[in-house]
Every structure is written in C-alpha cells, then in structure tokens.
Design a protein around this ligand. Structure first.
Ligand code: 4AZ
Length: 245
C-alpha cells in the first residue's frame, strides 16, 4: 500500500494473506496476495493470484506476517475456483476474481472473533466519491513489501473518468472500477492484489472491490483498478452454495 498507515489489530478482520508453498525449508509458505474472508470456509481473491497447480494456505487474524501472533489462524486450501471468463491481456485483466475453499478442522474453518470476521457481499453500487479503505502487505513507497499490514482510504472514481483517455481508456470494462486519487500518492500495489477494498454503510462493511491491477503504483492519473464485486455476487453465491458455509 502506498500512502498507508499501520492497520490496528482487529481493524481489518476479513483480511487474508494468501500464501503459496515454496521450496525454502525455513519458510515453507510465502505471501503472494491478499484476500477477503466472506464466509468461514471461503476467501475471495483475484483470479491472477491463483495458479491451480500450486499449494496454497491462508493466514487470517494477522497484522505482522513476519512473526506469528496469538490471534492468527492458518488454514489449508482444499479447492481453488477461478472465474470461467478470467482473462489477461497485455493491457488489462478481465473477470479477475477467484474463490478459495478452506479446509475445516474439527468441523470448522475460520473461527470468528475480534480479529477474524467475514465481510459482507455488496448488494448495490456505492456512489462516485465514496471513501472506502484498502489494505495489504504489498509494496510501499520505500519497500518491496511490508511485513506489517497497512491500510489507506481511497475514493471511488467514476467510470467515465476511469475509462477516459487521460486515465486508462477502453481497456476498462464494467466489471472493473477505479479508486484512489488522480493526483496520485495513495494506492494499492504489487502484493496487495486480491485484497479488499471495503466500503461501509450503516456500520456494515462490504467487500466492494478486489485489488486487480494498475499502471505502477501511486502515479498521477493512474489510480488502482479493482474488480467490481457487485457484478459477481451471483457467481460467488452459486460457487459457494453447494457446500454450505
Ligand atoms: C500488481 O502488480 C499491482 N496500483 C497491484 C495493484 C496496482 C498495480 C499493480 C494498483 O499486483
């Protein structure tokens, strides 16, 4: 996160670290992407984060990934579901959404508490200019990644502005939206991908966007691009319904 501040314990309880198995014996899994807990056994992330051939685990309830915290929960991933129309071109990423199914231990997946909670699926679009928050362990202005979870506030940017020539042009479709600041400075970045953009209404936190892509980070007229979760709520409900929880 560019222009962010340290997240408070329990401040982003739906934030997940998606980790892939590595050959390093001292660190068997490494953080690759963010994700959002939407049901006790399901994490929402970006399609481009998932290589179905690899082994994943999910860490919940953590702020500092470099040291295990008492609040952290590590869960195995038993299934990865990438959107059927997920597609990457040199200019854009389409339908950038995926689901991870967590493995139950003693009949339970994530245990909800002060540090681990689900975010709600959105039902309606939020107006342009709404202030929402992004979070992640990705790159900052000064570091390739942050062991500490960071968050920042960003504004929802209109579709007309996002797809204008001075911003991203025609590569923006209705399944994406821009958020951030046209003057630059505050943005998601590499390693934040898959993580949440959360908007609040009536004290309910909605997972409104998934960190997807952008031209570099924090640049003027190049805000972050997010998957528009409202367009995929039916898909999410269909994919997660079969197995319950
Ligand atoms: C990335 O490479 C990436 N500034 C993620 C987010 C943004 C740019 C790049 C948005 O994963």
């Amino acid at each position: 996160i560019y222009g962010g501040i340290k997240a408070l314990p329990g401040g982003q309880p739906w934030q997940a670290s998606i980790q892939v198995r590595s050959k390093d014996t001292t660190l068997p899994f490494r953080h690759v992407c963010g994700g959002t807990l939407i049901k006790p056994c399901w994490v929402l992330t970006a399609g481009h984060c998932i290589d179905s051939k690899k082994d994943f685990q999910v860490v919940l309830g953590s702020i500092n990934l470099a040291k295990p915290e008492p609040s952290h929960q590590t869960l195995e991933v038993v299934e990865t579901i990438i959107h059927e129309q997920y597609r990457e071109t040199p200019e854009s990423v389409y339908n950038d959404i995926a689901l991870l199914k967590l493995k139950a231990k003693n009949g339970k997946c994530a245990e909800e508490n002060q540090f681990v909670k689900t975010a709600c699926l959105p039902t309606v679009n939020f107006p342009d200019g709404t202030e929402c928050s992004i979070s992640g362990w990705g790159a900052t202005e000064s570091q390739y990644s942050s062991s500490q979870l960071l968050d920042a506030d960003v504004l929802l940017i209109s579709q007309d502005t996002c797809s204008s020539n001075k911003v991203y042009g025609k590569v923006i479709d209705n399944n994406m939206f821009c958020a951030g600041y046209l003057e630059g400075g505050v943005d998601s970045c590499q390693g934040d991908s898959g993580g949440p953009l959360v908007c609040v209404e009536n004290q309910v936190h909605y997972i409104y966007g998934i960190v997807s892509w952008g031209d570099n980070c924090g640049l003027q007229n190049k805000p972050g691009v997010y998957t528009r979760v409202t367009n995929f709520v039916d898909w999410i409900n269909r994919k997660t319904a079969a197995a319950g929880v």
